[in-house]
Structures are given as C-alpha cells and as structure tokens.
Write a new protein. Structure first.
Length: 447
C-alpha cells in the first residue's frame, strides 16, 4: 500500500504526466457523457427504450452494446461507437497488401501514413452511412413506440448525420488521447466502454445469486469470482508471453575478418499481434448482425450469429482470430525486411546463412510460435460460451474471457507501461516492477 501511495505521489510530481492523465480523464468523461445523449425524436424514458435494452441483454447485441459503453441500448448519438473505424482499418490494411497503390503509400513514410489515415476516415464514413440506417430500422422495428416523430426519409438522413458525426467525434477523442493523453486512444475508448458495463453485470449476478430458488447461490457466485480472477491472470500471462530468437552480431575489420560481438535478441512474441486480431475479428462478426437487423427473411444459419453461444458463431470467430493473427503479424513483422536489416548491420543468426535463408528461418519460427498462440487466444475468446453453459448470466459471462477480457487486460497493461515509461525517464519508481528507478549514485538502475 505504501508503494502505491509513493507511486501516486511520484506521478503527481511530474507535471507533464499529471496533465496527460487529467486530459485523458477529461476526454473519457466527455465520451461517457455523450453515451447518454439520446437521438432527437426518441423517447429516452425507461418505457420507450425498454424493448431495446431487453434486446441487448443477450446475444451478439449485448457485445455490441458493451463495445459502445451502453450507448447502443440508450439510442445515443454515440450508438455506433468506434467499431466502424476498426472495420475500415481492416479493409485498408488488406488493401495495403493486395493493391500496389496502397503499398506505395506505406513506403512513403509519414506522408504516406497520413494519406492512409485519411482514406481510413473516408471509408469509416461510408460504413457509417450504411450502419446508421440499419440501426434506425432495427430500432423502429424493436421500439416503434419510442419514436416521437415519423420514421421518414428526413428523420433517417438527419439521424444518420448525427450518428456519423458522433462516431467521428469518438475517433477524434481517441486521437487526442493518443497525442495529448497517456496513449492508446482508440483502444482506451473501447476499454472504457467495457469497464462501464462491469459494475452493472457484477451487481446483477450478485442479485441473481441472492434470489436463487435453490440454495448455494452465494457459493456459486464466489466460485464465479475465483474463476474470473483465474482467467484474468491467464490472460495477463498470455498477453505478456514472449519468445526470443538469439542473433549474434559481428563487425567487419580490414581483411574481411569478423570480430564477435555481444549476443543480441530478436523479440518474437508468442502473441505478437496483441489484442488487435480479437478486435478485428469481432468487428467482422458485427457484419452478419447488421444483415440480420435489416432483413426480415434470413435463414437459421444467419440467425445463429445473434447468439454468441452458438456453434456457428464460435467456429467462425476462432477461424477469424487465427487468420487475423497471422495477417496482423505479417504486416508488422516482415521476415524479409528483418533479414535485410540484419545483413546490412553485419548481423547473423548462428548456423543460418544471411539473406533468404535467414528470412525463411525467421518465417518458420514465427509460424510455429503464432499457431499455438492463436489457438490459445481463440480458446480464451470463446470461454464466455462455456461460462453460459454453467449458468452464468449473459452480461457477466462476457467478462470470463472473450473479446472484452483480452482487450481489458491488453489495454490496461499497455497503459500502465506508458505511465511507467514516463516515470522511469524522470527517475521515479515504476508501477509494475518493485525497486527504485534511481541508484544511490543518481543513475538509472537496471531492472
């Protein structure tokens, strides 16, 4: 406890870090406030939106409501949340692999990155123009009595503009958190939406335990809490898991001889893509939900995607997570580029020839690491379905694994690491590692 108090004091003494944290909290409060601003023409009363809230209590709708921090069930101006931007990012990154024009922009450095971000925003608006009317049609079919105005074309157009502006404003908040706050802005926005649903889900599960017709409700609730902590610890270990490939460097001198240098390491993580494949896969899974919401004639297969415990939903989710794990790692860690950089710096892997053999070796190692990592992360992603089988309520089961827990753990660890870096740079104690950041001589100590 004393260590935590000292850390908080250290944070408060760093003006830049203190201002970043306060700015982040301010933007988070703005985001949470906006999630309760109801669309014009909609009755915000409990009776008007009761059917919509009932619809988002279970199934995939509940997950969508969680990502929006409850804004979806509130018919808020922020109802569509940040997920359209995530979907647009997926498409643009796919184009960066297949289309030479986008590949060229990637190689242009900062100017190319700005162009890609601009195209991502344009595509986000296009997705919003499609998703907003779909949301309004579903809202009208679900809670038609909540509408205080006629569901005409003028209402759809104005509401679409408002909802699109709301989602783009959320994106702006995320970018400001990245630039002026503690970083990880978009991920932090998603995490805040998840955390906002936790107290309600926990309280509802406790009430259900107290009102259980049969005995043992509280004991069952206690076991659920223990299981939740265990799964959370497992997720932390997963996110932090790494493996390293040793790379010995050498320096050439006159005559072509080599001097052996210190052994270095290429960090190849067991789950190098972190939580991004989970976010990408979940964004894709919202597409069938949009189709079901706007169509009155759908088959049983498509309807199964509304239930996160269905076999079809979980199989498709696992396949998408594995695919996006390989995809995201491939675009962030290029074995050919790594091999070229090593060769350029006179580095090599012992027993492996420079050039293409090194690239093939790194690619083989990465493939072997990614497969068990992606399978493990997929198992955690579908744990909420198993929790539902054991009688855990829908809202609380989402925190037993799945997208919500992995995003929560990953973003929290990244944010703490950002804060820790600010503290260590200025010589204060870290958040995650015990000990002092400064030695008695005044120099930074090594951990």
């Amino acid at each position: 406890m004393k260590k935590i108090i000292e850390t908080i004091k250290s944070i408060w003494r760093i003006e830049d870090l203190k201002s970043r944290i306060l700015i982040t909290l301010l933007f988070v409060l703005v985001y949470r406030f906006g999630s309760f601003i109801v669309l014009p023409g909609i009755d915000p009363g409990p009776e008007g939106l009761l059917a919509l809230r009932d619809q988002t209590d279970d199934g995939l709708m509940s997950l969508l409501n969680m990502f929006s921090g409850g804004a979806f069930s509130n018919a808020s101006v922020f109802a569509l949340g940040i997920m359209p931007y995530i979907s647009a990012s997926i498409v643009i990154q796919l184009l960066a692999i297949a289309v030479p024009y986008f590949q060229k922009m990637q190689r242009e450095g900062e100017s190319g990155r700005r162009k890609i971000n601009q195209y991502t925003r344009y595509l986000t608006i296009a997705i919003l123009v499609f998703q907003a009317p779909a949301y309004l049609i579903n809202l009208h079919n679900t809670v038609g009595n909540a509408f205080k105005v006629e569901m005409g074309m003028s209402f759809i157009i104005t509401s679409t503009i408002i909802m699109a502006a709301g989602s783009m404003f959320i994106l702006w908040l995320g970018e400001r958190i990245t630039d002026k706050g503690v970083g990880n802005g978009v991920s932090l926005i998603i995490m805040i939406g998840i955390i906002a649903r936790l107290p309600e889900a926990l309280g509802q599960e406790f009430v259900n335990a107290l009102s259980a017709s049969q005995g043992g409700g509280l004991v069952k609730f206690l076991f659920e809490i223990i299981a939740l902590l265990f799964v959370m610890a497992l997720a932390i270990l997963l996110v932090k898991a790494t493996r390293k490939v040793p790379v010995q460097y050498a320096k050439r001198i006159e005559g072509g001889r080599q001097l052996g240098g210190a052994r270095q390491y290429i960090p190849l993580k067991l789950f190098a893509a972190n939580v991004m494949p989970i976010i990408f896969a979940q964004a894709i899974m919202f597409i069938p939900l949009t189709i079901v919401s706007t169509s009155t004639n759908v088959s049983g297969f498509w309807l199964s995607f509304r239930d996160h415990t269905s076999v079809a939903y979980n199989v498709v989710l696992v396949v998408l997570i594995i695919a996006f794990t390989y995809f995201y790692t491939a675009i962030t860690l290029n074995p050919v580029q790594m091999a070229e950089d090593m060769k350029r710096n006179n580095g090599f892997i012992p027993g492996v020839k420079p050039g293409k053999p090194t690239a093939d070796y790194l690619d083989t190692v990465m493939s072997r690491i990614l497969l068990p990592g992606s399978l493990f992360i997929s198992l955690i992603a579908i744990l909420p379905a198993f929790a539902g089988v054991f009688g855990v309520s829908q809202g609380f089961a989402q925190f037993f694994g799945g997208t919500s827990l992995l995003i929560l753990v990953g973003v929290v660890l990244d944010t703490l690491q950002q804060i820790k870096s600010h503290i260590q740079v200025r010589g204060y104690d870290g958040l995650l590692v015990s000990g002092h950041a400064r030695s008695h001589s005044g120099r930074l100590s090594a951990y």
